[in-house]
Design a protein around this ligand. Structure first.
Ligand SMILES: [Zn+2]
Length: 373
């Protein structure tokens, strides 16, 4: 089933334990973080992230694995810790030890979606606004987000120009999700010619190629184009804040091509390597940039339902989130930690930037204590 036609209504359920209150760190003038780079990949299961290639799927023809012997041989190892490193070596060897990763359910760490739909638009909106808006954002319908995103809040608070806060996304819906006023920040999403940077042969080439190498979806392009355009923008325009959003991990899962899901996760890892290597070799960004990596929703855990998500799929409210930067303790993979929520990501980012998140009107989440020094 195609995700765009996915059931988009839901019964209110599973929102237990949201009344928990937590103390949050007061905004500190001593924060080192000046820039935030947010990087998401759509519908990445915690099962794959934390335990690598799934033994329940890896030999299954109905999961698209019939001809994937080479991939299986490359990624299969005896333990989950070895398997996840084989799948995403940069993420596990370099990023996680330098920051914190929350959401390994098997080790007593939980990050949950609070919107009731558990499809993409409500999930991204919850990440970008720090709240669920179940009465307005009722699925993946193309309505303009009624709430300014935290990216817009940052632009206004720091008096930035629209080009200094940039979004590159494979899915075209980000024109609706990431801002309440079209044109307030720089958004390049779906099949979309990037207007910046000007006079870049690389951008000109990718602008053309994205239309020549079509993806299976009409509403999203290949992640490789999204990433190439984003990196060229980062290098040439040096924005204050950047959001990169990949989509193929979700599209291939809906198509029951677990082999391509694994390929996409490996590309996600390579992209994280290239991005973080750039950041840490840049005079502007080095040691003053926090990288946040997360996903919009989980999905099923069995051969039958790994491809799906939404109100009928059990367990898909479980997601994960990583924070790496100068104001986050290097505690690595969290275990036996307090539960946190998708809506906490935006206030955590504002706190890491030394801002008072209460000033972001209507925010429902709170900074995650374990992610803030
Ligand atoms: Zn999604």
């Amino acid at each position: 089933m195609n995700r765009r036609s996915f059931l988009q209504t839901a019964s209110a359920a599973g929102l237990a334990a949201l009344s928990q209150t937590r103390l949050s760190a007061a905004p500190s003038p001593s924060r080192a973080t000046k820039h935030v780079v947010l990087f998401t990949s759509d519908g990445v299961r915690w099962q794959d992230l934390f335990t690598g290639i799934d033994p329940a799927l890896m030999n299954e023809k109905s999961a698209g694995m019939a001809d994937a012997a080479a991939l299986r041989n490359k990624l299969w190892k005896p333990t989950p810790e070895e398997r996840r490193k084989a799948l995403m070596p940069f993420f596990w060897d370099t990023l996680v030890p330098q920051g914190i990763l929350l959401g390994n359910v098997k080790k007593g760490s939980s990050v949950q979606v609070t919107n009731r739909y558990r499809v993409s638009y409500p999930g991204y909106s919850e990440i970008l606004t720090g709240r669920s808006q179940d009465e307005v954002i009722r699925g993946n319908d193309p309505v303009q987000n009624p709430t300014p995103s935290f990216l817009q809040f940052l632009k206004r608070k720091s008096q930035l120009t629209s080009d200094q806060v940039a979004v590159f996304a494979s899915w075209e819906m980000f024109h609706h999700i990431a801002e309440d006023k079209p044109g307030d920040i720089f958004i390049n999403a779906g099949y979309d010619t990037a207007k910046l940077p000007k006079d870049s042969a690389r951008t000109d080439e990718l602008n053309k190629l994205q239309y020549q190498a079509r993806f299976i979806e009409d509403s999203s392009r290949h992640d490789a184009f999204t990433f190439g355009l984003a990196m060229e923008y980062l290098d040439k325009l040096q924005p204050e804040h950047l959001y990169i959003s990949f989509d193929e991990t979700d599209d291939w899962a809906h198509a029951r091509r677990y082999d391509r899901v694994l390929d996409s996760l490996q590309f996600f890892d390579e992209a994280l390597r290239e991005l973080w290597t750039y950041i840490q070799s840049s005079p502007k960004y080095k040691d003053v940039t926090t990288l946040v990596v997360t996903t919009d929703h989980g999905r099923g855990s069995t051969l039958d339902d790994f491809s799906g998500h939404g109100p009928k799929i059990p367990g898909d409210e479980q997601i994960w989130a990583a924070f790496i930067g100068p104001d986050t303790p290097a505690t690595g993979e969290a275990s036996n930690s307090a539960s946190c929520y998708q809506r906490d990501i935006a206030p955590t980012i504002l706190d890491l930037l030394g801002m008072d998140y209460h000033q972001y009107g209507g925010v429902a989440g709170q900074p995650i204590p374990a992610a803030v020094r």
